[in-house]
Write a new protein. Structure first.
Length: 205
């Protein structure tokens, strides 16, 4: 079952470096587009509450997918388990929280902090929202269906950028980070259970 293309022992460091490098990409693109990637990040209790509230539907859908019988959904679940499970189960929850936080900040600063407003400035609010998140879906395209789901999640995050009548990047950052953290925990738990079961079966043979 341990067929992850990512070296599990290097996963945390590699993932943190990769996600963190997206900040550099955001700064460079922001310079080209004359957009400050960090302009709309500021602390707000409402933004954090909106973010926590906004995480719930995504996480409930993630949990529901585990009970869906569609082959395409099962394929996505298995890919996530096979690629992330062997790495995630080696780490503690604090490590996963750090990784999720880095991913939430870096991906939102890039996609919602630069690419979405860049496209909005060029094509209008609606077209910019859709186009930027089609791109978000494509870079997450581990399967065609996953690309569609990621695009939908990206649009959801893009709408929360202006939730409550103010543009604050902190809201989608919180949603993204908390969702990733909870998803990591679920994948880790499922993999640990299956790993222990496989190990027990091997020892019994």
């Amino acid at each position: 079952m341990d067929d992850s293309p990512i070296k599990p022992e290097n996963f945390f460091k590699t993932a943190c470096y990769f996600e963190g490098s997206l900040i550099i990409v955001a700064v460079v693109l922001g310079w080209i587009a004359d957009i400050d990637p960090f302009e709309h990040i500021y602390f707000s209790e409402n933004a954090i509450l909106y973010g926590l509230f906004g995480t719930l539907p995504l996480f409930f859908i993630f949990l529901a997918m585990d009970h869906m019988k569609f082959a395409s959904i099962k394929n996505i679940r298995q890919i996530l388990l096979d690629t992330l499970g062997p790495s995630l189960y080696r780490y503690k929850w604090a490590d996963l929280f750090i990784l999720a936080a880095i991913a939430g900040v870096s991906e939102e600063v890039l996609f919602r902090g630069v690419i979405q407003p860049w496209m909005e400035n060029s094509w209008g609010m609606t077209a910019g929202l859709i186009a930027s998140n089609v791109l978000f879906g494509l870079v997450h395209a581990i399967t065609p269906l996953y690309a569609v789901l990621a695009t939908s999640v990206g649009i959801y995050l893009g709408l929360f950028l202006d939730y409550g009548g103010e543009r604050n990047l902190l809201t989608p950052i919180v949603i993204h980070a908390v969702y990733d953290f909870l998803a990591f925990l679920v994948i880790m738990k499922i993999y640990r259970v299956s790993h222990v079961k496989d190990t027990k079966n091997s020892s019994d043979q």
